[in-house]
Design a protein. Structure first.
Lengths: 239, 269
């Protein structure tokens, strides 16, 4: 057990955004969450990492830190890359003053190397491309060796090659850390390359749960509509 | 046929009433946020949980970068007042009180409040838009997920820098105001610097200086707190940043005028 979600509910202004969903992700597994914009995917991640309070249900994660990679990277634009990555080590109550400057520097360069970016420590986020920002935000998220990693649309808005790079890092991190991961995505390549299982959300409910292969078989009206990107089907964008 | 309830819902009175209620709730929420975050910040400050490097950066931002605008505003206010009253006072035989008038005026009122206005427009707006931008770009969420309290990281150094730097700014600006007063007196009357400064000393009371410092500490802390808190509760993209900044400036302006009134009543009534 690493992430266990049971009967989770959350509503905003009387609207059920997450409506009684349950799923599990084991250590070393990656779950993909797919669904239209507004179907509550980011809300699930924010509930798991504690950014918003749940209304009901249970969320159990294994001991250790939870990392989140934000959709738009959310790098601290007033800090350079090195300070972004070492942020938690410098500022967190239990880690503050634990590391010396040289140690921090070597941790930073090691994490940067892990995401394939060497020698950009002193650059500022605004000087980096979208794909590089994403990778720096990976490095920042994993600096405390988390046991749970959440990715919110890690490949959205990236070119195909950057997407492939990011997907490779997700797989590599999963192998190296044996963390339980959740990847929210719309992108077929990200689903097939990173995830072992998948759930599809629609109006806050799980309408499909299975493996990526099962989804591609399209024997469920929801997966069929999603995979063929069709306007016809049980899901409606409007209303 | 519409029911009375439906009629009521579409009436202008109802709509205005609804807007009024919404604004009132918003007012209470903002006020609550300011108090809550202020208390949290105070707890960190009192237990010395302060990031010194951040504090230094914020002090430079608060004090140094705002100095030109603060000096010009206080200096020009002093020129405006002196150029209007100095010649009149000399004509009426009160020439040896010009310096006294200016030092009392600036130390008791003009130095602090005009610096306050300058700081609100310069530092308050920049703090609010900075933090609001961090909010809407999820940087604040990122801080929380990394298990760091955004109040400690963002509020504490900014508010503490306001408390530390505002008295410094007010002292420098006030001294500058008294100097520009001297220059204006010299240019507009036959009174010399000597006569002006001899009476300046007569107008400097320890009590006034103490009140002035206390007042500027309150101004600095309040401006930084309100600006941070308004930025912190921002939501919804660029528009949200704009709304938060406007709110921060308006609230800070009103707050320092209220402080000023409280000080006037408490110490000079
Ligand atoms: N803080 C919030 N306040 C009010 N409504 C929200 C909030 N966060 C999300 N929502 C609403 O919840 C729904 C799901 O949002 P989200 O989880 O971001 O969707 P997704 O990530 O799948 O695109 C949307 O309709 C959104 O408007
Ligand atoms: Mg989302």
């Amino acid at each position: 057990m690493s992430i266990k979600v049971k009967n989770l509910t959350k509503s905003f202004d009387g609207k059920n955004v997450i409506d009684n969903i349950s799923f599990e992700v084991h250590d070393g597994e990656t779950l993909a969450i797919v669904g239209f914009s507004g179907s509550g995917k980011s809300t699930v991640l924010k509930l798991i990492c504690g950014l918003i309070e749940k209304d009901g249900g249970e969320i159990i994660t294994s001991e250790g830190d939870i990392a989140m990679v934000f959709q738009y990277s959310a790098l601290f634009d007033s800090l350079n890359v090195a300070d972004n990555i070492s942020f938690a080590l410098r500022e967190r109550k239990d880690l503050r003053n634990k590391y010396k400057e040289e140690e921090l520097r070597s941790i930073v360069s090691q994490k940067l190397e892990l995401v394939g970016l060497k020698g950009i420590e002193s650059k500022f986020p605004s000087e980096l491309s979208g794909g590089m920002q994403k990778r720096v935000s990976f490095a920042r998220a994993i600096v405390t060796e988390p046991k749970t990693i959440l990715y919110d649309e890690p490949t959205a808005g990236l070119d195909p090659i950057s997407s492939t790079l990011i997907e490779d890092y997700i797989v590599r991190l999963q192998q190296e850390t044996n963390a339980a991961s959740i990847v929210v995505t719309h992108q077929m390549s990200t689903i097939t390359r990173t995830a072992n299982k998948l759930i599809m959300l629609y109006k806050g409910k799980i309408v499909f749960a299975g493996t990526p292969e099962e989804m591609l078989r399209q024997d469920n009206p929801y997966t069929k509509q999603f995979v063929t990107a069709s306007l016809e089907g049980p899901m409606h964008m409007l209303s | 046929m519409i029911t009375f309830k439906q009629y009521l819902r579409q009436s202008t009175t109802y709509k205005i009433f609804k807007i009024f209620i919404r604004e009132f709730v918003d007012f209470l929420t903002t006020f609550g946020d300011i108090v809550e975050n202020g208390l949290k910040t105070l707890r960190y400050i009192l237990t010395f949980q302060v990031n010194v490097k951040e504090l230094m950066d914020q002090c430079v931002r608060f004090g140094i970068s705002s100095l030109p605008i603060t000096l010009s505003i206080v200096g020009m206010t002093s020129i405006i007042v002196t150029s209007q009253v100095a010649s009149e006072m000399v004509k009426q035989g009160g020439g040896h009180f010009v310096g006294l008038l200016m030092s009392i005026l600036i130390i008791r009122e003009v130095g602090a409040i005009m610096s306050g206005f300058a700081i609100v427009s310069m530092i308050g707006s920049s703090l609010a838009s900075e933090i609001a931008t961090m909010r809407v770009t999820e940087q604040i969420d990122a801080i929380s997920v990394l298990d760091v309290d955004p109040i400690r990281y963002l509020f504490v150094p900014r508010i503490l820098s306001g408390i530390i730097m505002m008295p410094v700014i007010v002292i420098i600006a006030s001294a500058f105001g008294i100097l520009t007063g001297a220059l204006t007196t010299k240019l507009t009357t036959e009174l010399g610097y000597r006569a002006y400064f001899d009476s300046v000393w007569l107008g400097i009371y320890m009590k006034d200086l103490g009140v002035c410092l206390l007042k500027s500490i309150c101004f600095g802390g309040t401006i930084a707190l309100i600006s941070c808190a308004c930025g912190y509760q921002a939501s919804g993209g660029a528009k949200g940043v704009g709304l938060a900044t406007t709110k921060a400036v308006v609230w800070s302006f009103v707050a320092i005028v209220i402080w000023d009134m409280i000080f006037a009543i408490a110490f000079f009534f």
